[in-house]
Design a protein around this ligand. Structure first.
Ligand code: UGA
Length: 441
């Protein structure tokens, strides 16, 4: 099929490259000229494992190209995906200006039937507005459909998620739209949820909100674990083996970040408010998440007592592993708070240091974990990159001034770390904290 994707960010690029890989002819469009000229030269503006190679292969096979022209995209494609950003406004609402703009431009350039598909995460009822906008601005008397096809791609494993989805959600309003999308996705052989547009839009917000709630739930349990001396990892295991609950997204830590959960929760809470429902459950989820950073900082204070003039090593800056994405990364809040209290920061991240430099001042960015630890009063694990799981601990210990590790992602075994001579604190691993305290006393 001939397809265009308007918006060449994370979602747009992954969707475009994967649809090309499935054998379609795809044009990825973006209004950012610099981004498009980089992509034309094979430079991918984001770090996503496998994406650069997938783009290169499909460009070579002439199934994928890039353009700044919506006109060119609309002229040549029967299906047009809208994958532009929906950043948060100051009141938490999603800014839909980009979606409206694109809908108007598509309407202006349509010369025959087109299926316009919302891919961006949008509040429920956006589909109605897209339909209305296209109807208002359409120039020629041509037929069109609007559909909703939300994405469930995790950064860092987006290509895998696209190619092996748990489900594909299609919100459609006509048989033609349904047939086109079913046929487009048929090579993936995934369960299809074919429904109305509003339900599809809601599935997306509900999914992200549910996952965020699961994370805040386990983080709340972790607090109790810290108080009573239980181990949250054992609790999560026991909970997760119940098939109705599942172990995924029960990793306690410093809370969720990234450009999806925080903004989607805000948007869902705001749209619910507007619709007349006070979504207190999600408000609590958001609050617990915010408190998690403060709680982590308290653990640092408990270990160091005074933060002023201490040098602190930070391992991991991106909001999660396998991405260079720094948007809403917990590392930013944590580093800024430590700096406000007078700490010096040395940091290392395998991919995100370039992007972090734009958001953080006065941080010494280092070439590896050992350089970051040099002369530090403690080390904080902020992102659970695989390479941090297998460090040379005796080298690390020699590098640090004091062998203190505060692990915001629970990547180490407390007993092992204690045997190696570290004062080790995790999240919700109360029994270990107590043992370490006794040892230190
Ligand atoms: C999330 C969803 O998982 C995707 O399905 C969705 O498509 C995407 O948002 C989106 O809306 O575009 P993503 O933000 O890439 O994907 O990352 P996740 O793997 O979901 O992690 C989100 C945050 O939760 C990260 O900060 C992660 O560290 C944190 N997290 C995750 C935990 O703290 N504990 C867990 O058990 C799992």
């Amino acid at each position: 099929m001939n397809i265009s994707i308007i918006g060449s960010g994370y979602v747009g690029l992954v969707t475009g490259a994967c649809l090309a890989e499935l054998g379609n002819k795809v044009i990825c469009v973006d209004c950012d000229q610099k981004r498009i000229s980089c992509l034309k030269k094979g430079i991918v503006p984001i770090y996503e494992p496998g994406l650069e190679e997938l783009i290169a292969t499909n460009v070579k096979k002439k199934r994928l190209k890039f353009s700044t022209s919506i006109k060119e995209a609309v002229a040549g494609s029967e299906i047009i995906f809208i994958a532009v950003g929906t950043p948060p406004l100051s009141n938490g609402e999603a800014d839909l200006t980009g979606i409206e703009n694109v809908a108007r431009n598509i309407a202006r350039d349509m010369s025959g039937y087109r299926l316009i598909v919302e891919k961006s995460t949008v509040p429920v009822e956006t589909g109605k507005w897209v339909h209305r906008t296209i109807k208002t601005y359409i120039k020629k008397k041509v037929k069109f459909d609007v559909a909703s096809n939300p994405e469930f791609l995790r950064e860092g494993q987006a290509i895998h998620d696209f190619m092996h989805p748990d489900r594909i959600v299609l919100g459609v309003e006509s048989q033609k739209a349904r047939d086109l999308l079913v046929s487009l996705y048929s090579p993936l052989k995934a369960p299809l949820v074919i429904t109305d547009i509003q339900s599809a839009e809601l599935i997306k917000h509900a999914s992200n909100s549910f996952l965020a709630t699961k994370i805040s739930f386990i983080n709340a349990i972790a607090r109790i674990c810290d108080i009573v001396g239980a181990d949250v990892i054992e609790v999560a295991k026991g909970l997760g083996l119940d098939k109705r609950i599942g172990r995924a997204f029960l990793d306690a830590g410093i809370g969720y970040g990234g450009f999806c959960f925080p903004k989607d929760l805000d948007a869902f809470i705001t749209i619910s408010d507007k619709l007349g429902y006070d979504f207190t459950l999600l408000k609590a989820t958001r609050e617990i998440n915010q408190q998690q950073r403060a709680l982590f900082l308290n653990k640092v204070k408990q270990a160091l007592w005074i933060i002023k003039d201490k040098t602190i090593a930070i391992l991991g800056l991106s909001f999660k592993p396998n991405t260079d994405d720094m948007r809403y990364a917990p590392s930013i809040d944590i580093i800024k708070s430590l700096q406000e209290e007078g700490a010096q920061i040395r940091a290392y991240d395998p991919q995100a240091m370039e992007k972090a430099k734009a958001q953080l001042d006065q941080v010494k960015f280092c070439k590896d974990p050992y350089e970051a630890s040099r002369g530090c009063d403690c080390l904080l694990i902020i992102t659970e990159w695989d390479e941090f799981k297998e460090l040379d601990f005796s080298r690390l210990k020699k590098s640090l001034k004091r062998p203190i590790i505060i692990d915001g992602r629970n990547i180490y075994e407390p007993r092992k770390m204690q045997q190696l001579g570290f004062y080790y604190i995790g999240i919700g691993r109360g029994s270990c904290a107590k043992k370490a305290d006794n040892k230190n006393a």
